[in-house]
Design a protein around this ligand. Sequence first.
Ligand code: GAF
Length: 390
Amino acid sequence: MDYQSLKDEFKKAFGYEGDRVYFAPGRINLIGEHTDYNGGHVFPCAITMGTYGVYKARDDNQVRVYSANIPDAGVLTFPIDKLDFDKNDNWDKFPRGVMYEMAKQGKTVDHGFDLFVHGDLPDASGLSSSASIELLIGNILNKEFNWGVDQLTLVKNGQAVENDYLGLNTGIMDQFAIGMGKKDQAILLDTNTLKYQYVPVELGDNVVVIMNTNKQRQLTDSKYNERRSQCEKAVALLQKGGVDIKTLGELSQEEFDKEAYLINDDTLIKRARHAVIENQRTLRAQKALSAGELEEFGKLVNASHISLHYDYEVTGKELDTLAETAWKQPGVLGARMTGAGFGGCAIAIVNKANVDDFIKNVGDVYKKTVGYAASFYVASIADGPKEITA
Ligand code: GAF
């Protein structure tokens, strides 16, 4: 939606003109999956698809929010001082959560506002629509209420909304990728230290194609939390056996292979092995990309998917069909699921000349195998949150 359409939609929702327009991107992760809560590395980038917000101050203490993506919810209203989590909340849990968590740092609002939101990220697609809205709202309020906090504070606040407010034990990757995003760059982030570097995504004649399974959301949150606690159990067993680590990200593959017997549970060993090797693979993938070794980069991307399938078991029929069909297409360097898994999106690195055939072929096989259609988008790597002007 362009600037004017967003303003028009605000007016339709609230009956008068909105003021400023803001945007926060979504993200894809090139490689480094389920490593961010294991003290490992991730390699994501922000994308041009994301969430738009139109803001207007009010002179009372009411917040009114309307999402064009959830029109059935209508205009949701809450006062600025009633922010406690309520499981019956609709999507207003995001503005409430952002405000609740920032208030813990003394960053509050002293009057209400109206907010129109529109996202072009497919919902529940693994492209981080939640983190996108958290960073959108954080950035809007930071600007409008002169909080004067830096982007990293808003990133950490977004994660606090997930972990402490909503009860989902996610890592920091999504909020970091979105908050710190830079056009045409991926971010190599060490989630142990939060040290990071921008890495140009130079893919030659290739582009990143996003493949959306369009699978309806299922019990993803509980499965996600289960994976995390399995990794924590594996760490505890290694520590008990005398291995001096705090996270799996501290281990090399050789060290892990030597000590894995201490874990003594096949499922936990598989989970931990993925976390350790995926972290090493991410570092190798960044080096390959930076050296222009695109075939090697593609192979590592494929290996990531295989590990997420066999060891982490978060792929499922839909993501496997997309990745495995992509691998067989001409002009494809690599393909893997991206994000938490269980559904959502996969990515493929495809030669520009092959993109149309690629989409047709993978789309046909997917529909035949899964029974409904996948969607495809060519990704552009984008900057982080910003204000948009006419
Ligand atoms: C989700 C989480 F939000 C991230 O923190 C990360 O763990 C990812 O799944 C898996 O790599 O997007």
